[in-house]
Design a protein around this ligand. Sequence first.
Ligand code: SF4
Length: 358
Amino acid sequence: MPTWHPGHTRDVELPQRLTKFVARGRVFLETASNFAMVGVRVSGANGSQRHIRVVLAQPRGFCAGVVRAIDIVEHALKKYGKPIYVRHEIVHNRHVVETLKSKGARFVEELSEVPAGAVTVFSAHGVAQTVVKEAERRGLPVLDATCPLVSKVHKQGKRYVAQGRNLVLIGHAGHPEVEGTMGQVGAPVHLVSSEEDVDALDLLDDAPVAYVTQITLSTDDTRNIIGALKRRFSDIVGPETTDICYATQNRQSAVRELCKVVDVLLVVGAKNSSNSNRLCEIGLEEGVPSYLIADGAELNSKWLEGREVIGLTAGASAPEELVLHVIDALRQIGEVEVTQMEGISENIEFRLPAELRT
Ligand code: SF4
């Protein structure tokens, strides 16, 4: 993780939407001859003299799996026309869902709600085999938007089961990704979410065991539980640490760095987005008051009282325009100056399903 210092700037492209802010006449760029983005100063809406420093986390917001899932729905709408049926929220963000709805996507919780023959998309979180089989039985044309990293966990779990191992899944009960993985493996799966759960597992200590993790947990989240599993079971295997989701790890690491220099943390994301909630928890762990907000409308000015530097990040399913919406809301409180911390620049892309590539 590169070291970042307050006031540190770097040579990056100005985000497109930020340029629009300039066009709306509210942003003043502090320019310098040798770099494109530095502090962005936004005048206060009410002529307020309060000065608010905002530091953006890098990276933040959309990951490659979310981009692919949204692209699948949009490409499907173009190729097959509306409506396209999507099982479960394509990603956990109401703004994304509403935008796709306005373009002709219909969101359902069960396949029984999908009319015969309608094009159906499975969400980025993945689905259980029973759902795949039901779609086959009904002859529904399916586009699978399951994130390739989640599919990789499904395959890994199946491999371990085929080796005759008892499979332990580290994850949160009720999360769609966990339900999908448990339903993909085709054998009993032992779900654990704490070290206490490991102690309580109804398995012999010398039983052959393998573990996989909810991919949207980071190494920080799983380290202690994996440690407990390895202490308890003598014959245990698990994936390489590189198998965790790069986006989750990068966003969490960036927030830990960010918390070293900010007085309060705002996380843009949905209440049902586990990775957004986790970013907020990390802020609290780092001793920084942290708030999860869907957009600028949920900003509470009381949170900022006595706070000079505000950290701003977004979960993997939150679009950048919502980050800009929060900056716009901050502008109602005072003069805003935005800088972006140095951080990892992600360039991962996942390919669309073959039928949508042309
Ligand atoms: Fe895939 Fe990770 Fe994004 Fe989830 S957070 S969709 S696992 S890249």
